[in-house]
Design a protein around this ligand. Sequence first.
Ligand SMILES: Cc1cc2nc3c(=O)[nH]c(=O)nc-3n(C[C@H](O)[C@H](O)[C@H](O)COP(=O)(O)OP(=O)(O)OC[C@H]3O[C@@H](n4cnc5c(N)ncnc54)[C@H](O)[C@@H]3O)c2cc1C
Length: 399
Amino acid sequence: MATSEAAIDELIDDLVATVSPTGTDPEKFLGEQFDRGLAWVHFPVGLGGLGGSPTDQLYAMRRLSALGAPTAAGRNVIGYGMVAPTIVAHGTEEQKHRFLRPLFTGEEIWCQLFSEPGAGSDVATLSMRADRDGDEWVLSGQKVWTTLAHEAAYGLIIARSNPEVVKHKGITAFLVDMHAPGVDVRPLYQATGEAEFNECFFSEVRVPDAMRIGGVGEGWHVSITTLMNERVSIGGTVPPRGSGLIGEAVKIWHRRWAGRTDAHAMAVRSELLQAWVRNEAGRLTNWRAMDLRKAGTPGPEGSVAKLAFAEENQRTSELCVDLLGAEGMLYGSRYPQLRPTESAMSGGDMRKAFIRMRANSIEGGTSEVMRNIIGERVLGLPGEPRNDKDVPWKDVPRS
Ligand SMILES: Cc1cc2nc3c(=O)[nH]c(=O)nc-3n(C[C@H](O)[C@H](O)[C@H](O)COP(=O)(O)OP(=O)(O)OC[C@H]3O[C@@H](n4cnc5c(N)ncnc54)[C@H](O)[C@@H]3O)c2cc1C
């Protein structure tokens, strides 16, 4: 169901008349925003939404951004883009009402604990154990590359509850308290010098059954919702025209190259124009995909967007560094730092962005895996050989 722009306008007018978008504590503002259904307009009424479409959501976000309102996504990136839609799709009523509001306001930061040292692209091979003990589950094992685990109050985790069945069938998903006894979070430093992510050790961590999300053995189904939303969250956004990395490239060109008419400068200008066209085509393609997806979990088009985003971000950040000339080689890393400082995407240091964007073709599924998904699910090409398809997980050879 589409919500009219007039109805959204009315709610936004009421919101900003009650709490100033620029002069209010962000948590308070976002709480009021959630209560009016303007958190995720495409979510159901009562859960921060109005039962609208993703396009309605884009409209509301654009208007709020123009008013200088704080953004929930920036404060709680994993929670906002991936965990929240998973809770809406698979959570109990109690879980939805308990977790969505503080997630949106940023009072409770979330992380996503899927990858393990032996399970990344093929995450369904994961080894973390979930053993039932009465009304509780006991989690033991290791997760890795867990973005924001060091700040998270809660995590969405998948673990093996039944090793006797094929890999996809024996997984169960949980919402886990990241401060529970037995959880140990250790930072991992990236090439930028910052530690956005961590390795997380779980030693007999007790989780109440009420924190299970989805049925026992249905964790794979739950994680698909998260992964589909992750791809759209990373690659499927529709930023304002000329913003982000391409906007930075244009700024650098104006600063360093505008006014020059020599052959080198003309060639650089032509490269910049080509990058502009590619970025704009990607932005408009995402807009069209969003318009077609009226609601619900995104489909394989998210993999197309994610692949294109990763490749283009790397190319455009490389162009920015080229445009900077010798200045582009001077990256003053303040190694080591435990937190991402400013956004590497816009308004930040393009030398840092160039280094950070190398991860775009790994995080949220690698570009090779995206190509496999596009080949199989979009183009209908024959699938990869899978020799563990009908084998119980415990019998699959592992290193
Ligand atoms: C910045 C960043 C943040 C991250 N945040 C999180 C997070 O918050 N939570 C989380 O759970 N994970 C997170 N990850 C982990 C990420 O999802 C994995 O790194 C990714 O899925 C790849 O897994 P892997 O690193 O184990 O590589 P592997 O799966 O071991 O892959 C190694 C190489 O083999 C290739 N490959 C593997 N399988 C195939 C195949 N079938 N066909 C062709 N090529 C293949 C891959 O493309 C890659 O080049 C993050 C990663 C990064 C870089």
